[in-house]
Design a protein around this ligand. Structure first.
Ligand SMILES: Nc1ncnc2c1ncn2[C@@H]1O[C@H](COP(=O)(O)OP(=O)(O)OP(=O)(O)O)[C@@H](O)[C@H]1O
Ligand SMILES: [Mg+2]
Length: 132
């Protein structure tokens, strides 16, 4: 496998069309090697979240190429993307995206519905001091 885990090649993201369109990401290229720890830094509105959403398969670029572990995200169908999001990418969202009608345990235990080898929810809550 290539040493690059993540490759962005001339990626542009435009929201909307016509006069009201917004270029959120403008011709961005970078790569991240396997094992590398990377920070994306920039002023509010610079396009950081938009870049991460595309990297995580939550949104699609308007132009350019995104390759993760040798696979082009644009070539993945929705089923493949869902597996990619479940197994390859982990997200800690800026806003917490929990289901308010579920308990803390139930929110974490949702992973069991998605993944065969999900980690033990109580074990995970213990790790971050939330078991009570
Ligand atoms: N869904 C959307 N529709 C239209 N414009 C959007 C959308 N999402 C983001 N934008 C615009 O794209 C630009 C980049 O937004 P983004 O949220 O990626 O910035 P950010 O760097 O994550 O900012 P922050 O530091 O505030 O989180 C902004 O001008 C924003 O208004
Ligand atoms: Mg953001």
């Amino acid at each position: 496998m290539a040493k690059e885990a993540v490759i962005f090649k001339n990626v542009t993201k435009i929201f909307g069309s016509g006069e009201g369109s917004q270029k959120a990401v403008d011709n961005v290229s970078f790569s991240i090697n396997k094992g590398e720890f990377v920070v994306i830094l920039g002023q509010s509105g610079a396009g950081k979240s938009t870049v991460l959403n595309m990297l995580g398969g939550l949104d699609k670029q308007t132009e350019g190429e995104i390759i993760i572990n040798g696979e082009k995200l644009a070539d993945m169908n929705e089923t493949k993307l869902a597996t990619f999001r479940a197994k390859t990418i982990g997200f800690i969202f800026q806003f917490y995206n929990l289901l308010p009608s579920l308990t803390a345990y139930e929110n974490v235990a949702l992973t069991k519905d998605i993944l065969k080898n999900a980690l033990d929810p109580m074990e995970m809550l213990k790790r971050v001091g939330l078991e009570k």
